[in-house]
Write a protein that binds this ligand. Structure first.
Ligand code: SAM
Length: 339
């Protein structure tokens, strides 16, 4: 393992892999109600192809992998992929981001296959509002999935809440209370201005403003939590590789994290590269730049050539994203990138 840095001397050791563009929810800030144009299965990387990319990336210094989507748990036989990744000795952390709907039934098998931990996206604790946001009535499955994941040892289970003004911001104290009552690890995420409609073929649709109209800065959320007491910054971060800043109420066993891509970007610490479901490497979540890896992979390019493509993607990581000065990404929806 060599250990790779980008042109801004950031060590790159984390690969986020989108395993599918399909999702079993239709969150209002992510997807249109009718869904999106889906990739034909032949265009989606096979598990063997994903494992090959992960192995080469590991030889270049990647040691952490997160599976995402779309919704990763809708892809058949996901534990098979996890077992293949767990066989790569240089990868020491395999995690998953899921909406939790299918987690109850799969958690123990995922754990046995080698998954370390899960993040669950959950934007409301109220059935009606959950249904409004996701366009599905699945809250009880998600809550059950969270409990099962915790019981199986996929810890720490982190709960990711995207906070939207006028939609679910009235629930931030309810979520924060669960760090005290249930020991949950809750992270509040600032809403990013991704488009929610499939870009028409050959055209692009940017989100209509550089800031999402329902955006709330993390500082405002933090102030609202004052009503629960005084949060202390956590000395040691909760396990992970991410950009969250963690706090804790004195009486809590769980933590509160803030992820602030807009109000206080963390690009200077960015350690990640993304692989989309159809095999493009994406140097930055918030920039449309991508490099195709599937074609050389399917053309039988030698490992050294494929590694050059991965290295090139790392070299093309921008210094920082340009939001909110410039519009958000235009060519893809969040579900097509992997979040
Ligand atoms: N289906 C999985 C899930 O729900 O966690 C993984 C994919 S989803 C695209 C990954 C994460 O991106 C979710 O936590 C979702 O809430 C978040 N997300 C999607 N669109 C977003 C946006 N515009 N701003 C902030 N987060 C967003």
């Amino acid at each position: 393992m060599t250990g790779l840095s980008d042109t801004f001397n950031r060590p790159i050791n984390y690969l986020r892999i989108s395993v599918t563009d399909r999702c079993n929810l239709r969150c209002i800030y992510c997807l249109p109600a009718e869904g999106i144009r889906l990739l034909p299965h032949s265009e989606i990387l096979t598990y063997e192809e994903i494992a090959t990319v992960a192995r080469l990336a590991a030889e270049l210094g990647i040691n952490k992998v997160r599976l995402t989507g779309g919704e990763p748990l809708v892809r058949a036989n996901l534990p098979e992929l996890i077992a293949m990744l767990a066989d790569i000795s240089a990868i020491d952390d395999i995690s998953l981001t899921t909406n939790g709907v299918l987690l109850e039934d799969s958690a123990s098998e995922l754990k046995r296959a080698g998954l370390r931990r899960v993040n669950v996206s959950l934007d409301s604790l109220r059935e009606d509002k959950y249904e409004h946001i996701t366009r599905h009535r699945k809250l009880s499955q998600v809550l059950q999935g969270i409990e099962t994941a915790r019981a199986c040892g996929l810890n720490p289970v982190k709960i990711n809440m995207v906070v939207m003004r006028g939609v679910n911001d009235d629930e931030v104290t309810d979520f924060a209370n669960l760090t005290i009552a249930e020991g949950w690890h809750v992270r509040f995420i600032e809403l990013m201005p991704f488009a929610t409609e499939n870009p028409p073929e050959g055209h692009s649709t940017a989100a209509s403003t550089n800031l999402h109209p329902q955006f709330i800065p993390a500082q405002e959320i933090k102030e609202r939590l004052n009503s629960l007491g005084k949060m202390e910054p956590c000395k040691k971060p909760v396990t992970g590789n991410g950009p969250a800043k963690y706090y804790r109420f004195p009486q809590a066993t769980g933590t509160i994290g803030f992820i602030t891509p807009i109000s206080e970007h963390f690009c200077f610490n960015c350690n990640r590269l993304r692989l989309t479901a159809e095999g493009s490497l994406r140097p930055c979540l918030l920039s449309d730049d991508e490099i195709d890896l599937r074609q050389p992979l399917r053309d039988g390019a030698p490992p050294e050539k494929l590694k050059q493509v991965i290295t090139e993607a790392i070299r093309r990581k921008p210094n920082q994203h340009q939001l909110p000065r410039e519009p958000g990404p235009k060519k893809r929806l969040m579900s097509q990138v992997g979040g």
